[in-house]
Ligand binder design. Structure first.
Ligand code: SF4
Length: 352
């Protein structure tokens, strides 16, 4: 296996599965080499943003989710415009360039609401990195629009990029058990393909450590790699571990070794996705630092606000200064980017 890594050619699924047999440091060194090939130099990027969850009302009821409330629940909400404005003003004051905008599949919201929401945020000079594929698939179905038409309407309103949420594991055997009312693996990929065809960049995620097998994790990676071969529209891959607190699925959270191995394997298999992001929000700052030696070149975001992982009881928080320090402590140079992974120097960047 070591010799295969030295050949630096594309790994097939069988070879990728064998990577788990390697010891942790050998795997890390190979992933680091791959990271340096794709991202030469010493730069580690991050974005100044906040996650805004415009509604927690969701008809999907995923078993791993501690955030959602069923339609009609007393503590369900749709964010009011004044609260949203206050959040955007605060983000601007922190030098933010954009918002990661996601919410539940809320049957009460119509297309005009989503378009107004995007337009409202753009009015503050902030980019909208918004609506994961399950939301887009749900909106398209509810409004009887094709994926292409819906995405075009959102882009016209100012949508700048799409976050890769809701991927979980892109294998329907797993999805049918953990999120049976959400879009299928093929539908998730179809949303991303439609976005990429219209020039919209997206990220991709994987939530692992629940019901899936390692073979199914590799299947997930290969599906991302195949679509990326066709479209080139993925900017980054973000694997993170399932957090069981407060969920119906329950179980145990995976530890650091399995996380770091998965991160390194992602870097080695996804030879065509430029960036790999650490998940400090689930792993904490120390494992996130180690992750920079396991293929990652991006530290995620300042996440001035985060609600979804926080609902499971995992409460890591980091300021911009702390992220800077954590990156520098590992011998890297921190570099602020935007949601499309464009880097910039000097005064706060205004998204186009
Ligand atoms: S993960 Fe998303 S789609 Fe699933 S229940 Fe939570 S909010 Fe709804």
């Amino acid at each position: 296996m070591k010799s295969l890594l030295e050949e630096s050619r594309r790994l097939d699924p069988t070879e990728a599965q064998k990577l788990w047999d390697l010891d942790l440091l050998t795997l890390g060194a190979a992933a680091d080499q791959s990271r340096r090939r794709l991202n030469p130099g010493n730069r580690v990027t991050f974005v100044i943003d906040r996650n805004i969850n415009y509604t927690n009302i969701c008809m999907s009821g995923c078993r791993f989710c501690a955030f959602y409330r069923s339609p009609g629940a007393e503590d369900g909400y749709v964010l009011d415009w004044d609260s949203l404005a206050a959040k955007l003003t605060e983000l601007k004051a922190h030098g933010g360039s954009g918002v990661l905008l996601q919410g539940g599949l809320n049957p009460e919201l119509n297309l005009d609401y989503y378009l107004e929401l995007v337009d409202f945020i753009r009015g503050f000079g902030l980019a909208v990195h918004g609506f994961s594929p399950p939301e887009i698939f749900y909106m398209a179905g509810k409004n009887a629009l094709s994926l292409e038409e819906l995405i075009r309407r959102l882009m016209d309103a100012g949508l700048g990029s799409i976050p890769g949420g809701g991927a979980e594991i892109l294998v329907d055997r797993v999805r049918n058990q953990i999120s049976p009312h959400k879009c299928s693996a093929g539908q998730w990929l179809a949303v991303m393909a439609a976005a990429h065809r219209q020039g919209l960049k997206t990220s991709a995620t994987m939530m692992f450590g629940h019901l899936e097998t390692r073979a199914e994790r590799v299947e997930h990676l290969v599906k991302i790699r195949e679509l990326q071969d066709e479209t080139g529209g993925f900017t980054a891959f973000i694997p993170w571990t399932y957090q069981p607190g407060g969920t119906h699925l329950t179980g145990e959270a995976l530890g650091a070794v399995e996380y770091l191995k998965m991160l390194a394997i992602s870097r080695l298999v996804l030879d065509n996705v430029p960036h790999l992001q650490v998940s400090w929000v689930t792993q904490g700052p120390k494992v996130a630092q180690a992750a920079l030696k396991f293929g990652a070149d991006d530290f995620g975001s300042t996440m001035l606000e985060e609600n979804v992982v926080a609902a499971t009881g995992v409460g890591f928080r980091l300021t911009r200064a702390e992220i800077d320090t954590l990156i520098r402590q590992c011998g890297y140079e921190p570099q602020v980017r935007d949601h499309r992974y464009r880097t910039f120097e000097g005064p706060r960047h205004q998204e186009q």
